[in-house]
Ligand binder design. Structure first.
Ligand SMILES: [Mg+2]
Length: 269
């Protein structure tokens, strides 16, 4: 089987590992399953996500990581990057990924051209009115407007923090233009992983803690979904979905995946 894990709320919470998660993921690998990681968090590049996972005790390789900053670069570069320019409202990781595929990257901190081909918006903890104004003007002049993700909030140290989606909403309000979504629940990131791993949908399972991103991501891609209760969704919320809207499975944490799918050691069983 192919397990595609969301990160925050599933394997860790901010910088704290979910108890038993590294061993659980390790075990799935040992039993012959493939794993990948898909996150809407656009703060970090793929390489930085890998570093963070390694630091927290998860073994992973770069090609197993799908992150919305990287996915934005991948999606837009599919449209040709040569001489193409992007105005970014976002942090270092997003800018790095866009530069890596060959875009000229601008932000509100430096000189900005009168026109760009794209405006890409993700979380930016130094977001300013100036950036909003520039983005508005560029989109009005015809720049293609893309959002890494539309999560309004994310869980922080002391409650919910405004997410990239809140900034995207500001740009949408200022322009009257709806952003093209790259991250979850659009299935784009999963389609890339499926193609890369050459794995069938029926063998694939998305594991996440948030309904409107992770579970819908899986449903949109027509794969099985597992909701875990270690993140933003409470038990009663998780069980409120009925019929086709229901996550296929609801479990306490990733540590229960082996049991759920009856994955056992041949020796011990
Ligand atoms: Mg999450």
């Amino acid at each position: 089987m192919f397990f595609v894990f969301d990160l925050d709320g599933v394997l860790y919470r901010e910088n704290k590992v979910i108890k038993g998660a590294p061993a659980a993921v390790c075990r799935l690998r040992e039993l012959g399953n493939k794993v990948a990681f898909a996150t809407n968090n656009a703060m970090l590049s793929r390489a930085d996500n890998l570093k963070k996972l390694n630091k927290l005790g998860f073994k992973a390789s770069l090609n197993e990581i799908m992150a919305s900053a990287y996915a934005a670069a991948l999606y837009l570069s599919g449209k040709n990057t040569k001489g193409r320019s992007v105005f970014v409202i976002g942090e270092k990781g997003l800018k790095q990924e866009l530069r890596k595929v060959g875009f000229k990257v601008f932000s509100a901190n430096g000189k900005t051209p009168k026109k760009t081909d794209y405006v890409v918006v993700g979380i930016d903890r130094k977001f300013t009115y100036k950036a909003l104004k520039i983005a508005r003007e560029l989109i009005e002049k015809g720049a293609f407007f893309a959002a890494t993700n539309k999560d309004y909030t994310y869980p922080g140290k002391d409650g919910l923090y405004p997410g990239g989606g809140s900034i995207v909403a500001a740009v949408e309000a200022a322009t009257g233009v709806k952003a093209f979504l790259i991250g979850k629940p659009r299935p784009f990131m999963l389609e890339i992983l499926l193609k890369q791993e050459m794995i069938k949908r029926k063998e694939t399972i998305v594991v996440g803690d948030r309904y409107d991103t992770d579970i819908l991501f899986g449903k949109n891609a027509k794969v099985k979904t597992v909701m875990v209760l270690t993140g933003v969704t409470s038990k009663s919320e998780a069980y409120k979905y009925k019929g086709k809207a229901k996550p296929d499975y609801i479990i306490n944490s990733v540590c229960d995946l082996g049991k759920l799918f009856k994955l056992h050691d041949r020796n011990n069983n």
